[in-house]
Design a protein around this ligand. Structure first.
Ligand code: PRP
Length: 177
């Protein structure tokens, strides 16, 4: 598996430090607000698990599953495969995503959840790739800005592989071309 990686873009140590920083900031910003963290599966699973261990306030968690990608490029269509199991009316919602890329997924999701009249919606993304943005959505909390390279690991996949790498790596082009 590691032979398919061209280079390590973000090390385990760097991820750990930034995730801890974002967890502390969210804790300060949402103290006494009992936010609900909504993880977007599957990419969020490692980031969310680590992030939550740095959030020291009362909060709840739920998950959604959406899909928008086939292979390497966005189809532009977002499908809800698993919805929330609870009402979010009046709640402070924090969407947890692995990557904000074109922004298609999060724009759709934000609109979808806003219809349920939450008190607020914020976005926490591990990675932000602004070069590829197609909508004007921004992350309220992000750990790293990344260049327009094919990144995998720490939850991010290519055709469902590489999610278990403990770092963020750049995939060798011959793997996906
Ligand atoms: C990835 C990622 C985001 C989305 C970001 O999900 O987890 O949800 O793409 O891309 P966008 O900003 O261009 O919309 P994917 O559909 O690959 O599913 P996964 O989380 O199961 O890997």
């Amino acid at each position: 598996m590691t032979n398919d990686i061209e280079r390590v873009l973000i090390s385990q140590q760097e991820i750990e430090a930034q995730v801890a920083r974002v967890g502390r900031r969210i804790s300060e910003d949402f103290r006494d607000r009992n936010p609900i963290f909504v993880g977007v599966l599957k990419g969020c699973f490692i980031f969310m698990a680590d992030l939550m261990r740095h959030v020291d306030i009362r909060c709840t968690m739920d998950f959604m599953a959406v899909s928008s990608y086939a292979g390497t490029s966005s189809t532009g269509a977002v499908k809800i495969n698993k919805d929330l199991g609870q009402d979010i009316e009046g709640r402070h919602v924090i969407i947890v995503e692995d990557i904000l890329d074109s922004g298609v997924t999060l724009s759709y999701l934000k609109g979808y959840l806003l219809n349920r009249r939450p008190a607020s919606i914020s976005i926490a993304a591990l990675l932000d790739k602004p070069a590829r943005r197609r909508s004007d959505i921004v992350a309220d909390y992000s750990c790293f800005e990344v260049p327009d390279a094919f990144v995998v690991g720490y939850g991010l996949d290519y055709n469902e592989q590489y999610r278990n790498l403990p770092y963020i790596g750049v995939l060798k082009p011959d793997i996906y071309s």
